[in-house]
Design a protein around this ligand. Structure first.
Ligand code: NAD
Ligand code: UDP
Ligand code: UDP
Length: 328
């Protein structure tokens, strides 16, 4: 009997495919010759992000909430569905935990039924406010289980547990990626994350909102580098499950980021200091030795050039060529 899957293109499901990272991933997979099924409930993503792919016969968009079962036939699953920005994931925290936990169970159940390989977009938040710096994959983290960020952090931690239990109990082929802060075009102007906030504020000449004293650090990865890592991870040898850190090890204080954005936009914006949100991690930088060794991957786009590309994007969006409302 002919295995039609050999003759046909690989069918790939991307949950959260209408979000920032998901839409870039869908594009990359189409370019790589895949059939892409994009599933999203538009909680924090938009149809606009994928509108340019809708005419492609190899792309299909389904409005669906992954906390409910999904019956489709696919070969690979990238599970990205989950709001990623603190303002979004804290808006409906119970739904955030459901998305990570019930969503993971459903996508793992689907992967089990159709024998698909499944990749989880986990997060550096599993390390919480870390005592180990930089963070390595064998660090178990320091996470508040009852705070405002817990719906996201603990949801993602539980999802990792589910992935490894389905792997051990049902022999599922899994890949777990711990993503560190990623930025680039197609972040929503009102997304609330630091890079989009600062760029939008700088372009509009509005105050740059630095939370706390701005001495906390983050490591920022440009989206193209991150998508490349996800695709490499999916293609890695079966025995490699992760968890693996994916991010750019360049570390900057939030004040340094603010200054860089002001400089690159030639902005007249001043800094406005606002209270630090609860449980805001003090420092964050990935140790990417494992990704370098197993995926032959490391980021190639330095912060300054990534910021330039992102600034160009937001200038277009705010200049009226884009489709977003822009009151940040
Ligand atoms: P995003 O908010 O732009 O995208 C998430 C997408 O998931 C949105 O389109 C949203 O509508 C969709 N979604 C949310 N709940 C859903 C549900 N129940 N059913 C179906 N779709 C649902 O965020 P992003 O930055 O693109 O993040 C994508 C993934 O990567 C998330 O899982 C996030 O936790 C993870 N991640 C991102 C970063 C980052 O810096 N961008 C860092 C760490 C982890
Ligand atoms: N599931 C799904 N799509 C499928 C197969 C399963 O959404 O194609 C869901 C199903 O509703 C179930 C979950 O995945 O709640 C876990 O499935 P599993 O087979 O692991 O567990 P069980 O069905 O035995 O609870
Ligand atoms: N931040 C800030 N001003 C903003 C948005 C965020 O100073 O307008 C800070 C925030 O307190 C955190 C860092 O920037 O220390 C990164 O925040 P973001 O929400 O982008 O991501 P996360 O905290 O999840 O890493």
């Amino acid at each position: 009997m002919v295995d039609m899957r050999v003759a046909n293109r690989k069918r790939v499901l991307v949950t959260g495919g209408a979000g920032f990272l998901g839409s870039h991933l869908c594009e990359r997979l189409l370019n790589d010759g895949r059939d892409v099924l994009c599933v999203d409930n538009f909680y924090s993503g938009t149809r606009d992000n994928v509108a340019h792919m809708l005419g492609n016969p190899h792309f299909e968009l389904i409005r669906h909430d992954i906390t409910f079962p999904l019956y489709v036939e696919v070969d690979e699953i990238y599970n990205l569905a989950c709001p990623a920005s603190p303002i979004h994931y804290q808006r409906d925290p119970v739904q955030t935990t459901k998305t990570s936990v019930h969503g993971a169970i459903n996508m793992l159940g689907l992967a089990k039924r159709v024998k698909a390989k499944i990749l989880q977009a986990s997060t550096s938040e599993v390390y919480g406010d870390p005592e180990m710096h930089p963070q390595r994959e064998d660090y178990w983290g320091r996470v508040n289980p009852v705070g405002l960020r817990s719906c996201y952090d603990e949801g993602k931690r539980c999802a990792e547990t589910l992935f490894f239990d389905y792997h051990r109990q049902h022999n599922l082929q899994i890949k777990v990626a711990r993503l560190f802060n990623t930025y680039g075009p197609r972040m929503h102007p009102n997304d609330g994350r630091v890079v989009s906030n600062f760029i939008v504020q700088a372009i509009k000449g509005a105050p740059i909102t630095v939370y706390g004293r701005g001495s906390q650090t983050r490591s920022f990865c440009y989206v193209d580098d991150l998508i490349d890592a996800l695709v490499r991870l999916m293609g890695s040898p079966d025995e490699f499950t992760g968890p693996v850190n994916l991010g750019n090890p360049g570390e900057f204080t939030i004040m340094e980021l603010a200054s860089k954005v002001i400089e690159l936009t030639n902005s007249s914006s001043r800094i406005e200091y606002l209270p630090l949100p609860q449980d805001d991690p003090v420092q964050r930088r990935p140790d990417i030795a494992l990704a370098q060794a197993t995926l032959g991957w490391q980021p190639t786009i330095p912060l300054e050039s990534g910021l330039r590309k992102t600034i160009l994007y937001f200038e277009k969006v705010l200049g009226g060529e884009g489709k977003f409302s822009t009151d940040v």
